[in-house]
Design a protein around this ligand. Structure first.
Ligand code: ATP
Ligand code: MG
Length: 403
């Protein structure tokens, strides 16, 4: 779990601000969700056999003995709120949020136990246009972060339930034939959920995964039409994508479109954004059939990749010398800030120290206030770029600095 200051915190904030700007462009409503949910919300949504539920959740009993869990992701909580808060009346509902998520994982570069996600979902939309919409949102976010060329969209379809069960049987046959060479984790998954072996992180599984049957041979014509509509929409919108016929998602609730935006700039933790269609989830939680699609992105991973955002420097720093000047400085500072000028005041050390500190803050101007200045109601304003200095009446400071 990280604590951030300075440039790292600025990068984080820049990712969030960019997300929020693009969210508005796309008309996704902001939602806020609890960090804590009943454990059942995640266990039922994500599937008991997934890594997240079986190994990674921060779950505990609260004082009344109820099992609660710190959210490991957003989608399950959004689906829960959709049902318990009456959001069903607003479908199709485009929502977005961001905040902390928790997974008990082995910490490493780009992998934390408290991390932060951006999240976007469309609930109650079964049309392939909804898939195109969320993918365009993801694509534009990454472009605006300057990552358009470093991150690639890998796209697959997991088909409809008929497709998936036929493919699952084929995968089971293939992996069973290689049972002895599979990693322990994958042998474990073989009978419970062979599809997830495709997502294995164990190197010894990779050659077996590479020769596994691909979904295309099992796609029903409905599933293949749906996927064609998604890809032609992406092409029309100018979103670049690559087919990844063995891409699956770690969680059980996905159908049809599945995608990951990946980079090779972050080593093993190369997935920055991932998601897909989860038409069966809300029904599995006891609600009506509600097709839906969405994605989540790791803020830390995105922050590590972007250029450092420009440092936010004050436009002016006031350097007062003496008690009367400090008084006047407090008033001027308040007035400048009320008129929208970023300003600060230096109160420590001698004149030289204060001037040096003002310069190193990146300020454009220093407003010098001494006894004479207070008496005449005129400050000395020094332009730190040119070194030029001029007298400006107190009530003209705002105008002079804005010019
Ligand atoms: P990974 O394969 O890296 O474990 P995942 O498939 O578990 O990722 P998702 O559940 O799809 O991840 O979460 C979406 C995004 O959240 C990931 O693509 C990643 O950017 C980020 N993320 C997931 N887990 C972590 C973590 N422990 N620390 C930092 N970021 C994370
Ligand atoms: Mg994971």
């Amino acid at each position: 779990m990280q604590s951030l200051l300075g440039e790292e915190a600025d990068r984080f904030a820049h990712v969030v601000a960019t997300f929020d700007r693009v969210r508005r462009l796309f008309g996704f409503k902001r939602v806020e969700l609890p960090v804590l949910e009943p454990t059942a919300v995640f266990a039922r949504s994500l599937g008991e056999t997934t890594d997240v539920v079986s190994k990674e959740m921060y779950s505990f009993e609260d004082r009344s003995g109820d099992s609660v869990t710190l959210r490991p992701e957003f989608t399950a909580g959004i689906a829960r709120a959709f049902l318990t808060e009456g959001w069903q009346q607003f479908t199709p509902l485009k929502v977005a949020t961001h905040g902390p998520a928790f997974r008990y994982e082995r910490p490493q570069k780009g992998r934390f136990r408290q991390f932060h996600q951006l999240d976007a979902e469309i609930l109650g939309a079964g049309e392939p246009q909804a898939d195109v919409e969320v993918l365009c949102f993801a694509d534009q976010l990454l472009r605006e972060l300057g990552l358009g060329d470093t991150v690639v969209c890998k796209l697959n379809t997991l088909g409809d339930p008929a497709t998936r069960s036929a493919w699952r049987d084929a995968l089971h046959g293939h992996f069973a034939a290689h049972r002895a060479d599979l990693s322990e984790d994958s042998r474990d998954r073989l009978d419970r959920n062979p599809v997830r072996i495709l997502d294995s992180k164990a190197h010894q599984d990779w050659p077996i995964v590479d020769s596994a049957p691909v979904i295309d041979d099992y796609l029903t014509s409905e599933a293949s039409d749906f996927f064609a509509a998604v890809t032609s929409g992406l092409d029309a919108a100018g979103v670049r994508w690559e087919r990844a016929p063995r891409l699956v998602r770690g969680l059980d609730y996905y159908r049809h479109t599945a995608f990951e935006f990946v980079t090779d700039a972050l080593g093993a933790q190369g997935t920055v954004l991932a998601g897909g269609r989860y038409d069966g989830l809300i029904e599995a939680l006891g609600g009506p059939h509600t097709p839906a699609i969405g994605w989540a992105a790791g803020i830390e991973r995105l922050s590590m990749m972007i250029d450092a955002p420009a440092v936010e420097a004050p436009l002016a720093v006031i350097v007062p010398m003496g008690t009367a000047a400090e008084q006047a400085g407090v008033r001027i500072l308040a007035e400048l800030r009320r008129s929208g000028i970023t300003a600060d005041m230096g109160l420590r050390g001698n004149m030289k120290k204060r001037m040096a500190r003002a310069a190193s803050s990146g300020a454009a101007h220093v407003i010098i206030l001494g006894e004479t200045e207070v008496e005449s109601g005129t400050a000395q304003v020094k332009d730190l770029a040119t070194g030029e200095q001029r007298a400006v009446a107190f009530d003209m400071l705002h105008a002079a600095l804005s010019a």
